[in-house]
Design a binder for this molecule. Structure first.
Ligand SMILES: [Fe+2]
Length: 359
């Protein structure tokens, strides 16, 4: 047998008193329930079942008059454990039978106040899941000692699976949106595109060190990959100017976080992408721009991007200067640790770089 094969299919005895009598008092209550319910005596024998149980048995394997009444549920489950896995009864089902039998015994013997397990119960045409609950039943001298209830979780599971699928589709769609934005930047300014990718790689390493969850890391990745999107408003001759920038030119460049925010704030990302872009030049001591935010008023993702951004900018070639050494980058981080930069974020990047160098 399999767990999803109703008990009566085993050629169960046809219901006879006292089984029907034992459950008769509770029948109106049992029949009002949508769960498939069986009442067990102290030995594990099924002494009553409700209408939902019978309907499920009928629909699952055709009409059978016994519905499991008089069968010993524990013996059936124990019998499954003696089987070998076969086409009808998998090793997983046998293990499930062992756990359910153990749970029922624990309830019947008063060792456990309740036993509950969720399990798959697929038919040849339908994927189904059930929740089995076994509860003690003090019957005032009557034979009933436990209630076994099977609740159909299939609609709930189907809704959960649909929601997960929808959520995955949405995340992929957000990612493709960011890809498109990143590509637009790359077409115009290859240096900025390369810088953003390097910053994103460093951000991922920092985020793992800080043990950010996958959801937050995913948002950080997207934000880092387009954090300089606002530079599309900066003329290329300023971006690529080999010499020193004039104060008005610097002012134009310093406006790019605001432009980036204005481009992104209308997109309803499930992460604070627009804030990450807006705040990536803010500094923990309040000395940054454009808003002069300080401390935790700057979102964590922006504090991470800020540290990765500064380090990558130092060690990369710029139109107005050659790349500086890794040591200079490390020195800059150490100088700003705890003042301009979040100390935990700096420590995470330093630990990552030390590991990479040591590798
Ligand atoms: Fe920037």
């Amino acid at each position: 047998m399999t767990l999803c094969e109703p008990l009566p299919s085993l050629g169960a005895p046809v219901a006879r008193p006292p089984f029907e009598e034992a459950g008769a008092r509770f029948r109106p209550i049992m029949d009002a329930m949508t769960a498939h319910i069986a009442l067990l005596d102290g030995a594990g024998t099924i002494v009553a079942v409700n209408e939902a149980w019978k309907r499920f048995a009928d629909s699952n394997c055709g009409r059978s008059p016994g519905y499991g009444l008089g069968l010993n549920y524990l013996q059936l489950l124990d019998g499954m454990q003696g089987c070998q896995p076969c086409a009808r009864c998998s090793a997983e089902e046998m293990e499930l039978a062992r756990r359910i039998a153990g749970g029922i015994r624990a309830v019947l013997k008063g060792r456990s106040p309740k036993f509950q397990i969720e399990y798959p119960c697929h038919s040849p045409t339908e994927r189904r899941w059930f929740l089995l609950t076994v509860s003690p039943f003090p019957d005032d001298g009557g034979p009933i000692r436990a209630v076994v209830a099977h609740e159909d979780l299939t609609p709930l599971r189907a809704a959960q699976e649909a929601a997960l699928h929808h959520s995955a589709q949405l995340a992929a769609s957000f990612s493709r949106t960011v890809d498109a934005i990143a590509l637009a930047i790359e077409k115009r300014d290859a240096y900025t595109a390369g810088h953003q990718n390097q910053v994103a790689t460093l951000c991922e390493a920092i985020a793992r060190r800080l043990e950010l969850d996958e959801e937050q890391r995913q948002g950080l990745q997207l934000g880092a990959r387009i954090h300089d999107i606002g530079k599309i408003s900066v003329p290329l001759d300023i971006l690529g100017k080999p010499g020193k920038l004039s104060p008005p030119e610097l002012e134009i460049i310093r406006y790019h976080p605001q432009v980036g925010y204005e481009i992104l704030c209308g997109i309803d990302f499930p992460w604070p992408i627009a804030d990450m872009v807006h705040q990536h030049h803010e500094r923990v001591d309040g000395s940054g721009y454009p808003q002069g935010l300080a401390g935790e008023d700057i979102c964590l993702e922006a504090r991470i991007i800020a540290v990765a951004d500064v380090f990558d900018a130092i060690i990369s070639h710029r139109p107005y200067r050659a790349a500086r050494s890794r040591e200079e980058g490390l020195r800059e981080l150490a100088l700003g640790r705890g003042s301009r930069f979040d100390a935990r974020v700096v420590d995470a990047l330093l630990a990552h770089l030390a590991e990479v160098e040591g590798a």
